[in-house]
Design a protein around this ligand. Structure first.
Ligand code: ADP
Ligand code: MG
Length: 728
């Protein structure tokens, strides 16, 4: 039984902010629940430690005997920390994380009990994973899949469970998760970027991608959220008239964080700190009850794990504070939705950020190399990058004039654009000594100064250079960052390989000096990737027109967006970079389409429930009250009642009209769903859901919201926008 709206309001009003105990300095708590370097030094033998380090930094295999030692050490530490169970923690294609707990507890044949955890259990497990989406991989190949330890992301204790980050693969080697392709993409970018970075510094032996995500979310009172089947089942409000006040006063952004919310945040940050998630920034976002949390950036694989863990921790801590966290990209109409900016860069083992200019011309040329290659990669694969952030929920937000458009473009700012223009004018082939000096002093040499005031930010750009990193802004708040990060790192890897080949050809065949060759190739890239650069208003219609002329893709919906994943070029890219085989890519495309269909189907069903079981009955009851009133007036004032009941009759008629319309459209939507469900071909089915079923949603909503406005407040069953967004 659902809580009625008034009971929900009453209980939310009674709710006091839960005070939080401060348990010490954050730096002292950091990573206390993580089997990190410090713990390893303490618990591992030297051999075991070297072996783990080797796996982390060079990807070497950990031998089985050593794995036994590591498992023993982890177990000892975890039990001392109060853990009773362990789990392989993995990222199936559902987008969330999965875990299956096993107790350390075991019995020996003679019946004595002990706590057991060996290398075997650490390294590999076979979860009964037959009901995770696999895009047909497991049907075509081998029914079973297994999880395998990822030593590059440290184990941690969550609740009373030791969690071991793992990849999830089928016995025939296909990745069934989001982590395995990410690790392969990170490996590819490491190799490609290291080779290029060696042009500038021979000491570079490893490059890792860095990721700093910014997680936006809404906090809604739990009781109020529970009064709404749409929030519970679809994660967003499917109906609801806008509150008189929304975000028009801009009074929420960076405003004082409400007490209940801040206590939630403090509790959350404490838990994150112990789990080694370096949370740093918190603030109010644009919409009421919308917030953001951002950590210090980390190595990309670890950052992805931390984001997934964070989302889970948030839900648990929210429970304690009687909140529901909404990660949906567009939970409310008429106010901003949520995203998850992905700040990305490349860092070397020598401690250099490759997207940060330095103090010497050579360092700046290095910066330009990685900068221009990233632009070139995004230009070549813009449509594929767009596909990596497609989802039914993100479709409601991308291009809705609050988030970047579905068209990919890159913002680099005026000053860097000038540098690009100057580089474009560099002569072909060998450079004269004067030209070299001019380049070094006045173009490359100027970069650090320029960057100092490169502060103008274009918030409408989907891919912006922000001083020492690129910021990918269209990522959905719910999305697993592994998906965009896999594509971004793969395309940059491919681009850097091509670049190195081209430069080497110029050096070997044309006898150019290294820097001359680099300038020559960069110049060509700057020319050929010009269309992707755009510094104007990404929300404007002019841009959509202009982008079309530039032949940039503009895929507004998931079924359109994911088509490119299996194009000849994309398949070739993923397989040549050893990131995903054709089967793995096809499987992912299928899972994306399937998820899109299911989510749209759920929304359709919830509309049915809302309209038939909540809204129409409420409207009819109210209409009956009015009819009774009119009948009463007629009895008493038989001659003059018509004039007296004129307003009531108008409302009665409006109610009838909207009830009639909403029923009619809902029935049509149901028919459209039935037609879509009959389609066998998954692509056609997704298109049918997107293009035929989904457009009914807004129409249904329109009439529901009209009814909300007509019906007396007292009997409306669903918590209203002003309550969801303003009760704190
Ligand atoms: P905002 O975009 O909100 O104005 P900042 O630009 O200061 O904020 O930083 C946003 C995020 O960028 C932070 O999470 C930060 O850790 C991350 N970041 C900073 N430098 C890098 C980098 N080199 N690589 C990846 N992420 C980075
Ligand atoms: Mg940002």
């Amino acid at each position: 039984m659902s809580i009625t709206r008034f009971a929900a309001i009453a209980s939310s009003n009674n709710r006091k902010a839960i005070p939080i105990e401060e348990t010490g300095r954050r730096s002292e708590l950091f990573g206390t629940k993580v089997f990190n370097q410090e713990r390893m030094l303490q618990y591992l033998t030297k051999d075991a430690l070297n072996s783990v380090q080797g796996a982390i930094f060079s990807g070497t295999q950990i031998d089985r005997k050593i794995a036994d030692q590591i498992a023993e050490a982890m177990k000892t530490w975890a039990i001392a920390m109060g853990a009773t169970h362990y789990t392989h923690w993995f990222q199936p294609l559902t987008g969330a994380t999965a875990e299956k707990h096993d107790a350390f507890f075991d019995l020996l044949p003679n019946g004595t009990a002990l706590e057991k955890f060996g290398g075997g259990q650490l390294v590999q497990q076979e979860p009964d994973a037959s009901s995770f989406p696999s895009g047909g991989i497991r049907n075509t190949f081998e029914a079973r899949g297994y999880t395998a330890w990822d030593p590059t992301s440290p184990a941690f204790i969550y609740g009373a469970t030791l969690c071991i980050p793992t990849v999830f693969v089928s016995y025939t080697g296909e990745a069934l998760d989001n982590k395995a392709p990410l690790l392969r993409a990170l490996h590819a970018v490491d190799e490609a970027a290291t080779a290029v970075a060696k042009y500038f510094d021979k000491n570079v032996t490893k490059v890792h991608a860095t990721l700093g995500w910014e997680q936006e979310y809404f906090l809604i009172d739990k009781a109020l959220a529970n009064s709404r089947p749409d929030l519970i089942l679809a994660g967003r409000t499917l109906v609801g008239h806008a509150a008189a006040k929304g975000q028009q006063l801009d009074d929420h952004y960076f405003g004082v964080i409400p007490l209940r919310a801040i206590n939630f945040m403090r509790d959350l940050e404490m838990e994150c700190t112990k789990l080694g998630i370096p949370v740093k920034t918190r603030h109010n976002e644009v919409a009421p009850n919308q917030f953001e949390l951002a950590p210090v950036f980390e190595e990309a694989n670890l950052a992805v794990d931390h984001n997934l863990l964070l989302m889970d921790v948030m839900e648990k801590i929210a429970e304690r504070h009687h909140f529901k966290v909404l990660f949906h990209e567009k939970p409310f109409a008429d106010i901003n939705g949520s995203g998850k900016h992905n700040n990305w860069s490349l860092a070397t083992n020598t401690g250099v950020n490759l997207l940060s200019p330095g103090s010497t011309p050579m360092k700046n040329l290095q910066f330009l190399t990685f900068f221009v290659n990233t632009i070139k990669a995004v230009d070549t694969y813009e449509e594929l990058l767009r596909s990596s952030i497609a989802s039914a929920s993100n479709d409601y937000r991308l291009g809705a004039n609050e988030a970047p458009p579905a068209i990919f473009s890159i913002f680099i700012g005026e000053q860097l654009s000038e540098v690009m223009d100057e580089l474009e004018g560099v002569s072909q082939g060998k450079l004269s000594p004067e030209e070299k000096t001019e380049l070094k002093l006045n173009v490359v040499g100027k970069i650090p100064e320029i960057m100092l005031d490169n502060t103008d930010r274009n918030r409408t750009s989907p891919f912006a250079f922000t001083g020492n990193k690129f910021e990918m802004r269209g990522v959905g708040s719910k999305t697993n960052c592994a998906k965009p990060m896999t594509v971004l790192n793969t395309i940059v890897a491919k681009q850097l390989i091509d670049f190195k080949n081209e430069v080497d050809v110029l050096i070997d065949k044309k006898q150019l000096k290294k820097d001359e060759a680099i300038f020559n190739i960069l110049r060509e890239y700057i020319k050929s990737s010009k269309r992707i650069r755009f510094d104007g208003d990404g929300y404007s219609e002019d841009w959509a027109r202009e982008a079309k002329k530039r032949k940039l893709s503009n895929n507004g919906s998931t079924p359109e967006a994911v088509k490119i994943m299996t194009s000849k070029d994309s398949l070739e890219l993923f397989s040549s970079m050893n990131v995903m085989s054709e089967i793995e890519v096809k499987a992912r495309q299928e899972v994306e389409l399937e998820t899109y269909i299911l989510q749209t189907q759920i929304e359709g069903r919830v509309y049915n429930e809302l309209v038939y079981n909540h809204i129409i009955p409420t409207a009819l009851n109210y209409q009956n009250q009015l009819i009774k009133n009119v009948g009463g007036l007629k009895e008493i004032y038989s001659d003059t009642y018509e004039q007296m009941a004129a307003s009531q009759l108008e409302i009665i008629e409006s109610l009838s009209r909207h009830i009639g319309e909403v029923k009619k459209i809902t029935d049509k939507m149901t028919e459209a769903r039935k037609t879509a469900n009959k389609l066998k071909d998954i692509t056609r089915k997704a298109h049918s859901y997107g293009e035929i079923v989904r457009p009914y949603f807004d129409e249904i909503r329109y009439h529901c919201d009209k009814l909300e406005q007509l019906v007396e407040d007292k009997s409306w069953p669903l918590a209203k926008y002003r309550e969801l967004l303003f009760i704190r």
